[in-house]
Design a protein around this ligand. Sequence first.
Ligand code: NAD
Length: 496
Amino acid sequence: MNQTRDHWAARAAALDIETRAFIGGAYRAAEGGATFPCHSPIDSRLLAQVTRCAGAEVQAAVVAARRSFDQGDWAGCSPRERKAVLLRWAALIEAHNDELALLESLDCGKPIGDTLGGDIPAVAQCLQWFAEAIDKQADELIPSERDFLGMVGREPIGVVAAIVPWNYPLLMAAWKFAPALAMGNSLVLKPSEKSPLTALRVAELARQAGVPDGVFNVLPGFGDIGQLLAEHPDVDCLAFTGSGATGRRILHAAADSNLKRVWLELGGKSPNIVLADCPDLPRAASAAAAAIYSNMGEVCSAGSRLLVQRSIQAELCELIQAELAGYQPGDPMDPATRMGALIDEGHLGRVLDAIAGGRLEAELLGGGLRARETSGGYYVEPTLFACADQRPAIAREEIFGPVLSVIPFDNPMDAVALANDSPYGLAAAVWSADFAKALELSRQLRAGTVWVNCYDELADLNFPFGGYKQSGNGRDNSLHALEKYSELKSTIVRLR
Ligand code: NAD
C-alpha cells in the first residue's frame, strides 16, 4: 500500500536525516566541520547540510578499510559467515524500505512509487543475490602430474573504492558494494554530491547487520575526493559509474598512481529499432515511451534513439504521442506520479538547451517545455522529436533527460548501421515478428544488452550489465561481477 501524498509529505517533514561521513564503523563530521547543502529537486527545499569530506577523511577511510582488510576482519570470514551478515543487512534494508524510499525520492526527485517498489527493493535483492552466490563458488583443481597439486583460487583484491552517480543512487552503489563485499573486500563508497543521503543511512544498517568496522565506509563530498580516491596508492580497485569525462580522469589517475584496477560503467545513446513487421505496434509504442520517460530519462540504458522503418513511422509516432499524457510531471510524493523532477537546476538547464537545439534541427512532436515551475522544482515535459536522419545533436548526444528522437530507416541493415554509428554501446532493442531476423540483427548490434520485442524487461541480476565501446568496461551484476573484485591465485604444490 503506497499511502497518500499527504502521508509522504508528513513523513518527509518528520525525517531525521543522517548527514555525517561513516568511517571505521562510526559517523563523524569532517575535520574543520565543512558541510554542503543538500537540496531537494522536488521543490528546491534544503534537506540537510551534509558533511563535506576532504583529504583527511579520504585518508582515514582508506586506512580504516586497509586495516580491516589486513586484519582479516571480513576477508578472513568464511563465505557462509559473510553471506549471513549480508542477508541480515538486506533484511534491515527491507525493513526500512519506506524510510529509504522517501529519502531517495526527496534527494533526487524520483516518484515515491518507483523508489518504494523499485529502487530500494532492488538494493535488498542485489545484496541477497550476491550473499547467496558467494558460498557456492568453488575454486579450480588443475590437471597436473602425479607429484603435484595445482589449484586456482579467487581472493579479494583488498581496498575497493566505489564512485557512483545520482540517477539510482543506492542501487548503483549496491551494484558495486554487494559483489565487492561478498567477495571479502573492504570498501570506500563515494556517493554523488547530488544524492548522498541513502548511502549514509544504510551504513548504520550495515553496522547493525554485523559488517565489521572499517569494511564499509561512506564519504559524502564532491569530485575532488573522488579524484583523491582514484589517485590513492592504497586503493587497489576502483569501480565507477558516471560520465565518460570523469571515467577518463579516473583512468589517468590510476595510470599515474598505482595502476589500480578500474571498472567503468559510463553513458549511452541506446537504439530501439522497430521494423515494419513489428508484432504489436501499440506495445512497442508504450515500451518505447517507458524506455525513455521512466526515471525522467535519467537512465544510462534509456532507449533515447527510436529507429523506425519508414513505412510505419507516422503510425508509431502517433501512438507515442498518445503515451505522453501518462508521463506528465507530477509531485514525486504522490504515489500516482510517473514522472518526477530532474536532479538539479544545472541539469534542467542542460536538458532544456538540448531541446532548444533540437527545435532548430528536428520537428517537435510533443512536450519540450519546463513544467511545474511554481513548485520551485526542476520538471520537464516528456519530449518527442522526429528527425530526418541521425545528424541532429539530439539524435547523437546523451541528454540524460526525457527526450526521445525518432529516426527513420529504409531497410534493416541501414538500422544496424545507424544503431552502431555511436561512440556508445550500452543497450539496444529490436522489434520484429521474424525471430530469425531479429536475432540476426541483435548479433550485429554492438551493445552489452539487446532486447527483442521488449525493452528493459527481465531486470534480473543473472544478466551482466555494462557496455561496449565508450559505454565502459567490465560488467555489473551476475557472477561475472565477482571477477572484478577478485584476484586469481595459482598455487602449485610439489607433493613429493
Ligand atoms: P559524473 O561523472 O559527473 O559523476 C559521477 C561521480 O563521479 C560522482 O560521485 C562525482 O562526484 C564523481 N566525480 C566527479 N569528478 C570526479 C573526479 N575527477 N574523480 C573521481 N570522481 C569524480 O556523472 P553523473 O552526472 O553523476 O552521472 C551521469 C552519468 O552517469 C551519465 O553519463 C550516465 O550515462 C552515467 N551512468 C551510467 C550508468 C551505467 O551503468 N553505465 C548508470 C548510471 C549513470
